[in-house]
Write a protein that binds this ligand. Structure first.
Ligand SMILES: [Zn+2]
Length: 428
């Protein structure tokens, strides 16, 4: 099979051909890239220059809500998550550990959840066109310890605000020396009106984005940088949402720290002035128009010395029901619209497609390839020999309306509802 078109690598855009072939022993039905060249032969599939072809997108921050207890499967499960991801041009995800019945905070639960994923996803052989590849985070709690698992690598997630006392956080993190940890960076000590008053009647006079102030994120990032140095961590700051937070991380990176940054589409595109809570309630909250614009400028303004501080574009997909949203629950879905919002950033905001390729394919590909716990590994993120041949195509000659018919996630709503995007996005 030969595909021809305009391929978007992390460092260049080039029109060429890609030859793919099936390896006989593979259980999953994803071909391997055999050759990349300008002319290999007669193409089976040709895309004109209206289409951009990326290495398949990978979202390293989603909440599928699925575990053995199925208590939240009314919100989503790995099957509906797969459909939403494919709809959004996303072929692989890394799932967060905040499950209700058996959260993967110890090895037994982690292996149990892995089995659930393996039974469902690619390796199951059943209709693999509706399946995606899934890797799993493990959770960190007050009593948890790093896993000792043979031949596997486990990424951890820590909610910084789960303990308001920094000494306790440090005591926990000190057990995770040298590990890969993604931090939810909000320090509850800087919530307004303050944690001790959070049940007080004053609390209701504050809006969600006022309670969870920018200061809370900035303070948490400062502490996380200290912990990263002290315990030699490989750190990811999840969904950074403040300019000051970004700058602190940029400086830390310059000083050689192993620190990476996630950014969510919604912190680049939405703000609390135009998108009011409750529906638009999320953690960290949508910020002011000014902050949102500055966050977007980080990926637009190539002349700025601060250009491109992020490593991963993520959704933080959190598929609550619409009723739950209107009661005021934090988080919203994003997987269905991953590819369309990436297309929107390119087409309407002038973001360089190679930057999207880096943040949505190349960098998350390296993360996924390393942390997938599968007996048959899939290699994603690059259009190169011996990587798997999965591509996200953006066809700019078509349009897509985002409405409840478009959404494949069980929740059937989207923060981008009603928007028509000048692109169609699909996986090949
Ligand atoms: Zn999250």
């Amino acid at each position: 099979m030969i595909i021809e078109g305009l391929f978007v690598h992390h460092d260049r855009i080039e029109r060429h051909q890609v030859a793919c072939t099936f390896k006989r022993s593979t259980r999953h039905s994803i071909p391997l890239i055999q050759k990349v060249a300008h002319k290999i032969g007669t193409a089976d599939l040709i895309f004109n220059d209206d289409a951009l072809i990326f290495p398949a997108f990978i979202d390293i921050h989603v909440h599928a809500r699925d575990d053995i207890g199925k208590k939240e499967s009314y919100k989503e499960d790995f099957n509906s998550l797969s459909l939403a991801a494919i709809n959004g041009g996303v072929f692989a995800v890394v799932d967060m550990p905040n499950n209700l019945t058996a959260p993967p905070i110890n090895q037994i639960n982690y292996k149990q959840k892995l089995k659930l994923v393996h039974d469902l996803n690619l390796n199951s052989n059943s209709n693999s066109n509706s399946k995606i590849a899934v890797a799993l985070y493990a959770g960190i709690t007050r009593d948890s310890n790093p896993f000792i698992m043979d031949e596997s690598n486990v990424p951890y997630k820590y909610f910084f605000n789960s303990s308001p006392q920094i000494q306790i956080t440090e005591e926990i993190i000190s057990r995770y020396k040298n590990q890969q940890i993604t931090f939810h960076a909000e320090d509850a000590n800087y919530f307004l009106p303050g944690p001790e008053l959070s049940n007080d009647k004053h609390y209701k006079h504050y809006k969600h984005h006022e309670v969870r102030s920018e200061e809370a994120e900035i303070r948490a990032i400062k502490e996380i940088i200290k912990l990263t140095i002290k315990y030699n961590l490989k750190t990811i700051i999840a969904h950074v949402s403040t300019v000051e937070g970004v700058k602190l991380c940029q400086q830390a990176k310059k000083e050689g720290l192993n620190l990476k940054l996630e950014v969510c589409f919604h912190h680049l595109l939405l703000n609390h002035e135009e998108h009011p809570e409750k529906y638009f309630q999320v953690n960290p909250p949508l910020r002011s128009k000014k902050t949102q614009r500055a966050m977007l400028d980080f990926i637009i303004d190539k002349n700025s010395p601060l250009y491109s501080p992020f490593d991963y574009l993520v959704t933080d997909h959190a598929p609550h029901t619409f009723e739950e949203k209107m009661k005021g629950i934090s988080g919203f879905p994003g997987l269905d619209t991953y590819g369309l919002m990436a297309a929107y950033l390119i087409k309407e905001k002038g973001v360089d497609p190679t930057l999207i390729s880096r943040l949505s394919s190349y960098n998350p590909g390296k993360f996924f390839n390393y942390f997938q716990n599968s007996d048959e590994k899939i290699f994603l993120g690059k259009i190169e020999e011996n990587y798997h041949a999965k591509f996200t195509v953006m066809d700019f000659s078509k349009k897509t309306l985002i409405d409840k018919n478009f959404i494949q996630s069980k929740c059937k709503h989207s923060p981008y509802n009603g928007m028509e995007v000048n692109a169609k996005v699909f996986l090949v």
